[in-house]
Design a protein around this ligand. Structure first.
Ligand code: UGB
Length: 603
């Protein structure tokens, strides 16, 4: 038997690659008595790793050796580059410029495709399952993926959605979609693309770390894989050939990310941007990258995200010895905060993918065991980031950003509650939920409705928020733009909502006059419509309380539950036109055509 056994020509080919790449150590514990099945399992994994990476294992290991050598030398990947604040569009929520950008975006959205990166598990969140199944808030319990799909359905007809999943998330994501009939998406509207892991490396020679005799250690390669998968699947090429003009990238737990979408698309169109980052004012030290214009000593220029761990050192080494500090306003970093949501121009993106095969620049971050930098505390792997896309663009390609306030665009659910208590912003389940309500409340205030504000902070699990009440949920089909929202509340001065209230609205609902002190739920499926008129609703509302000890994991990570009071009027119309109004001390629904009749449906 050969020292490096292989049972089939395909296995021999892989073996030859491993030997040529100096990976003999992987065979060290193999015995003559081992079975063909064991060898097959090993080579199957190697084949997957080899097949998934553009250029195969050979290319991966070559890149790893270069990057590990540079890292051991302490090379600075941004050596020679000086940052400055780039040109971009800053949109004030509800301003004339915002409304104009939304109008322009509304004309473009039917030509948009969407990409969700959802290959990561919620390790930082302390949740063992997929994050997209978590509720965006607990009043309506709309799941993240449901919210995203419903947004696409509200924005247009069969807008395509590609979801990047990984070995960790694929099966659960498929199951979630299946159990919920794709949340109403059309057949073929959603495509799943699976990212594979890359080998973990145990030393500077890029020797692959074994996991057991017949398995090697593999780790996620980062969200940058999305470009390779979009290339390999041919999706972007197909979208471009269908006349799609834009591709919007977004991440798994930021439900606010769609509120400024139309305005962001409008900015892309207006400035003819190849790449448009949606950004928020960034706090110094915040764990989001900063979008910067980098100018090299040799004259090269690029506008891109500088990741949060690199921004401080780069600033210190170049323009400000204090590093990552506040700018002129004394509060925010002058560099807009990257939230990993951006729009690419579909045609130019398709052309770039043809040239690059979607490969992003990689980096490695080994944790060295000592100052000799020869051994690692644990195996390291190469990583790549999706927002590094501008690095592969020529100088002439236009890269910009659209900056909007965080309350209307960015509140992800990433941190476990205990960790969140020490962070600002907390970016945990509670803060994401509160921000989800708060931006809807703020939008109604902008329309002119009298919506009370929370008077005292409310804390769960050590995290306190001051915008959890009132809980207002305006689902995407209620309104996707501010103009549409205004049409939904034609007489805002007749709409009042008290602090302790919960209001959930979905679909074709018009709120003409409402005094709410408690809870009200009105949902209209496609084909149904409803007007809320002369409606005074006062009831126990929704109440929050501590999660029981045996609560499922998704509830346990929040630490609280929300319970709807039995007397909360709740209407779920599936067809026809309805009026929801007061009758006696209650709230009833009547068929619009028969207004005044006694026949009514009460929840
Ligand atoms: N993801 C994948 O799909 N595959 C992977 O291999 C890894 C991740 P994280 P990160 O908005 O707060 C990013 O881990 O990488 C998906 C930006 O780099 O939540 O720490 C994953 O499922 C940073 O600049 O974020 O930081 C999730 O949907 C800033 O924008 C998404 O990728 C930061 O996000 C992001 O993964 C932020």
């Amino acid at each position: 038997m050969s020292e490096y056994p292989a049972d089939t020509p395909a296995q021999q080919k892989l073996r030859d690659i491993l030997i040529a790449e100096k990976q003999e150590h992987l065979y060290k514990d193999w015995k003559a008595s081992d079975t063909k099945e064991q060898r097959k399992a090993f080579y199957d994994q190697i084949a997957t790793l080899d097949g998934a990476y553009p250029g195969g294992l050979k290319a991966y290991l070559a890149s790893a050796r270069d990057l590990l050598a540079a890292s051991a030398k302490g090379a600075n990947p941004l050596e020679g580059w000086t940052p400055s604040v780039p040109q971009g569009e800053s949109l004030q929520f509800g301003s004339e410029a915002w409304l104009q950008a939304e109008d322009l975006g509304s004309q473009e959205v039917s030509k948009c495709a969407f990409v969700l990166v959802a290959g990561g598990l919620g390790e930082r969140l302390g949740y063992s399952r997929i994050k997209v199944e978590l509720p965006t808030e607990t009043a309506s319990a709309t799941k993240y993926l449901e919210y995203y799909v419903k947004t696409l359905l509200a924005l247009g007809d069969r807008l395509p959605l590609a979801i990047m999943v990984s070995g960790d998330t694929e099966a659960m994501t498929r199951q979630l979609l299946k159990e919920n009939n794709d949340f109403g998406a059309a057949k073929g509207q959603i495509t799943l693309m699976k990212q594979e892991k890359v080998p973990a490396l145990q030393d500077n020679d890029a020797r692959i770390a074994p996991l057991s005799t017949y398995e090697v250690q593999a780790k996620p390669h980062g969200h940058g894989d999305v470009h390779v998968l979009l290339h390999q699947s041919g999706l972007v090429k197909k979208w471009a050939s269908q006349g799609r003009k834009w591709v919007y990238f977004f991440q798994d737990t930021n439900a606010l990310g769609f509120r400024p979408l139309l305005a962001t698309l409008g900015v892309s169109k207006q400035h003819n941007l190849h790449c448009n980052f949606l950004t928020v004012p960034r706090l110094p030290g915040q764990a989001v990258g900063g979008v910067a214009k980098l100018t090299h000593e040799d004259g090269r220029e690029m506008t891109l995200n500088v990741e949060y761990n690199q921004l401080g050192p780069l600033l210190k080494a170049t323009v400000d010895p204090r590093g990552d500090v506040a700018g002129a306003d004394g509060v925010h970093s002058p560099y807009p905060g990257n939230i990993n949501q951006f729009v690419l121009a579909c045609g130019p993106y398709a052309q770039t993918l043809e040239k690059t095969r979607g490969v992003m620049g990689e980096f490695v971050n080994p944790k060295y065991a000592d100052s000799t930098k020869t051994t690692f505390k644990k195996p390291a792997r190469l990583e790549c980031m999706m927002q590094d896309y501008p690095k592969v663009l020529a100088k002439e390609e236009k890269v910009g950003f659209t900056s909007v306030d965080a309350w209307i665009s960015f509140s992800p659910c990433k941190n476990a509650t205990a960790d969140a208590a020490t962070k600002s912003p907390p970016a945990c389940a509670l803060s994401a939920e509160a921000d989800q309500y708060a931006h809807c409340a703020e939008m109604l205030r902008w329309c002119g409705c009298a919506v009370e504000k929370q008077s005292m902070p409310e804390a769960w699990g050590g995290v306190a928020v001051d915008n959890l009440r009132p809980a207002i949920v305006l689902l995407p089909s209620f309104a996707t733009s501010l103009k549409a929202l205004k049409g939904r509340v034609p007489s805002p001065k007749f709409v009042t909502v008290t602090e302790r209230s919960t209001l959930i609205l979905e679909g074709d609902v018009t709120v003409k006059s409402l005094q709410l002190d408690g809870g009200l739920v009105v949902k209209c499926a496609p084909g149904a419509s409803c007007t809320i008129e002369h409606c005074v609703a006062a009831n126990a509302g929704f109440v929050r309380g501590p999660a029981p000890g045996d609560a499922p994991e998704a509830t346990a990570i929040r630490g609280y539950v929300t319970v709807r009071g039995g007397d909360v009027p709740s209407f779920d119309f599936t067809s026809g036109s309805w009026v929801v109004t007061s009758e006696g001390s209650g709230v009833v629904a009547r068929r619009a055509a028969e207004e005044g009749c006694a026949g009514c449906v009460v929840a």
